[in-house]
Ligand binder design. Sequence first.
Ligand SMILES: NC(=O)c1ccc[n+]([C@@H]2O[C@H](COP(=O)([O-])OP(=O)(O)OC[C@H]3O[C@@H](n4cnc5c(N)ncnc54)[C@H](O)[C@@H]3O)[C@@H](O)[C@H]2O)c1
Length: 254
Amino acid sequence: MNINELKIVVTGGASGMGRHFVEQLLADGASVSAWDMNEEGLASLKANYPKAPLHVAKVDVSKEDQVKQAMDEAWKQFNGLNALVNNAGIFRDSLLVKKDRQSGEIKTMSLSQWQTVLDVDLTGPFLCTRELSAKLVEAGASEPAVIVHISSVSRAGNMGQGNYSAAKAALVADTVTWAKELARYKIRVASIAPGFVETPILQGMRPEMVDKMVNQVPMRRLGQPNEIYAGLRFIVECDYFTGRCLDIDGGLRL
Ligand SMILES: NC(=O)c1ccc[n+]([C@@H]2O[C@H](COP(=O)([O-])OP(=O)(O)OC[C@H]3O[C@@H](n4cnc5c(N)ncnc54)[C@H](O)[C@@H]3O)[C@@H](O)[C@H]2O)c1
């Protein structure tokens, strides 16, 4: 597929990596529907590209009715769609069980920490993928389509991220499942597992924490959003790539 032929939904498009994807996709000639809960971010995106083929929608990807409505709107806006990036994601880190050294108090990951992350990072991509795929199949589209999940290096398991790791690993498993199920309709499904990427998520961390992270990376630096976009571009353009996950992590998992 050519990037400039894309009519693509990008979830979590108001900030960080998603915003970079939206801006690059527009620069490369695609039509983009950016979804996010951050209304301010969406408004500034729209203001920066008043004439571009850009549709924005306030959507919580974990809510079925909102996803259905936004998919209808975006489909109408561009007279069909042929791509989706499931990028919206959150983390709520906690150890499963922790004993406080001084008080002896036992702390645990709460059910809401577990469930909220699963809702956004796994149910969200399920709903978005299902709604777009159903529309494509119903339309009997003869043109190809592509769906990309943004997983994470944490898909292999990471201390303090039982919830996030579970969601990001499941996304890669369903990349295989849905690639197999949807190939007959010319829909490809792939994923990208980034390592540590310089986005607003990291700005909230203490500099010594970021240094500690960088020291684990063989390439000794953070990734940049444009390096993840290069992977997205490859997946879009390589029509024989499906069912696989691209690790873009500076060697973190080696
Ligand atoms: N930054 C990293 O180091 C890194 C590494 C690996 C994977 N990732 C993944 O990349 C993706 C983007 O991360 P980022 O670093 O750009 O984070 P970010 O926080 O800058 O962006 C995430 C966006 O998703 C939106 N969002 C959150 N919950 C939502 C919901 N329920 N519905 C719709 N939108 C919602 C947020 O408002 C935000 O705009 C996430 O899936 C994240 O897990 C990030």
